[in-house]
Structures are given as C-alpha cells and as structure tokens.
Ligand binder design. Structure first.
Ligand SMILES: [Zn+2]
Length: 311
C-alpha cells in the first residue's frame, strides 16, 4: 500500500499521521508546540519526526510527505518565510530538511492552502474547478481555486482575506495597520476583540481568549450582548463571502476551521447572504466534509500527494 505522511503544525500542536491514497488516516501522534520562534519550531518538528519514526513507524510504503504550517510559505522554493505576517528571519529550507530526514519527496505550504489542496484532491475538487475554501479559525483566511488551480500570488500571500476592510468608517486598528478588517470581527481573534470592546470579561477564558462555544450558546438562549456579537460576526462573514464571490465567481464555497465546523455560525451567516449575489454558487455554501480534528493532517498529506503527481 502506498502511503503519505502529513505534518500539521499549528499554534499549539503538531499532529503527525500517515494516510492512504484516498486520505484515510492509518495512524496519528500528537505533539505539543506552543512556540513563537521559527528556529525552535523547526527543531520541534525534526525531533517529533524522529520520535514518530521510532515509536509509530509506517504501515505502508511511504511515497511522499507534506507539512502544513502557520505563516508565510514559499511552496515553490520549499521555504518557510515566517511564522506570522511579519518577516523577521531569513527563510528556512524546511522542504529540504524534511526530505533529508524522510528520504521521500516532500512539500510544504501554509495551513489554509494545505487544507484547500485537500479539498482540491480529495474533497469538493472532485465536483468543482472553481471554489473558495474559507477558514474561520483563530484567524480568517481563504484558498481560492480557479480553473482547478490554487492561486498563490507573487509573494505566496494570496487569500489573506481576513485583512479585507469591511467597514471603512471603523476606528479598530488591525495588526496589518489598516482599520476595519474582517478578521477583527469574525474569527477567534475577532470574537476576543469584540468581547474586549464590549468589556464582557465573563466571556473570556483564563488566557484572555473568547469562550466561543459559550458565546454561541448564550446567543441561542437570547442573551442580547452575545446576539449582538454573533450577529455582527455573521453579517461580516456574509459580506466577506459575497465580496469573494464577486472576485472569483466560484460554484462552491467551502467553510472549515474551528469556529465554524459545528455549523452554528454558518446557519446564522446564511440569513445575510443575498440571493442575487449568490446565484452563481450552484453547488452551494457547505461545510468541509473532512473531520475537523484531522482536516489539517489530511491537508498536509495531500501536499505530499500533489508534489509527486506534479513530478
Ligand atoms: Zn488587517
């Protein structure tokens, strides 16, 4: 059996796992990360790989591997540019380091484009050549596929749609230095920012982050503040989706990520989508069919599948 290794590196964890050619998961192991330094993160990835090989091993004939990672990635050059939007260090040749360790072809890409590649090869890409994958998690970002190809951009930075301004009169400064960005309203970070603006400390956890499940539950129970926050988020998400539909004319919009994967926010968002704008989205607006716990891992493994397909 031919198999692929996926490495899903997020803010708090690294998940490593082996899949078959259909993306079925054969094995996984989870490692803690929580790192903010790029070089430390690379050391952590290499040590975890060594441990995975020694303790879990491979069930099949490993053909390729992929790493989906936060930040900016130059996929063509196989370099990890930065962990956030700020570039602080020289690029790290992470693809080469992985290939030396695993002795199979490897590919790296950022986490959202890696999830989009999974949709392209194993998910909705089977029925669509023009779709948008929108990730609503800690941040807000998208993978845009047109004519069966994922748009990357001159600086490997396409799809940072969380930094589209949705309110030109806003006074809320974003990390990107503009004001009124969508990510500050609808994402994990956005809910936290909204709750802080409302001075509603009871909706923040001990790390100062939004208790999103509680926010949704209280909104359902009729709490006016929670309804205000979630309505603003849903309206904003609908606005972002409709703006993107006007840009690339997709027939499918796929939503994934921790904030939306239970479907609650999607149902609220549907109320604000205009039929006139959405009429060409003939396959609808849908949740990703991948198990949200493993979507990142399947995305990473699909980078491996994609890289040998292109060779
Ligand atoms: Zn911004």
């Amino acid at each position: 059996m031919n198999t692929y290794l996926g490495l899903d590196f997020g803010g708090t964890k690294l998940l490593i796992g082996e899949t078959d050619e259909e993306g079925n998961i054969l094995n996984t192991k989870r490692y803690k990360t929580g790192l903010t330094d790029q070089q430390e993160a690379v050391t952590c990835i290499m040590e975890a790989l060594e441990d995975y090989k020694a303790t879990t091993g491979f069930q099949g004939q490993l053909k390729a591997a992929g790493l989906g990672i936060v930040g900016i990635v130059n996929r063509r050059r196989g370099e990890w540019i930065s962990m956030s939007h700020e570039v602080k260090n020289p690029p790290i040749p992470l693809q080469k380091l992985l290939e030396e360790k695993l002795q199979v072809p490897c590919a790296i890409d950022n986490d959202v484009r890696s999830a989009t590649t999974a949709e392209l090869l194993l998910g909705r890409g089977q029925t669509s050549e023009d779709f948008i994958y929108l990730n609503v998690g800690t941040g807000l970002a998208a993978g845009i596929v047109t004519d069966g190809r994922l748009i990357r951009g001159a600086n490997n930075n396409s799809g940072e749609i969380g930094h589209m301004v949705v309110d030109i009169n806003s006074t809320q400064q974003c990390v990107c230095h503009r004001k009124g960005c969508a990510e500050n309203i609808v994402s994990g970070t956005g809910f936290t920012a909204q709750i802080r603006r409302e001075d509603a400390a009871e909706l923040l956890d001990e790390d100062g982050k939004a208790k999103v499940v509680e926010l949704f539950r209280k909104a359902d129970a009729g709490d006016p503040l929670c309804q205000k926050i979630t309505d603003y988020a849903a309206k904003t998400l609908a606005c972002v989706i409709m703006n993107l539909v006007r840009v690339s004319d997709p027939d499918t919009v796929i939503l994934g990520g921790g904030i939306i994967s239970d479907g609650w926010l999607l149902e609220k968002t549907r109320n604000y989508l205009e039929a006139e704008t959405m009429r060409g989205v003939s396959h609808g607006i849908v949740l990703s069919s991948f198990d949200p716990r493993y979507a990142g891992l399947i995305g990473a493994a699909s980078l491996g599948m994609d890289c040998i397909r292109k060779k």
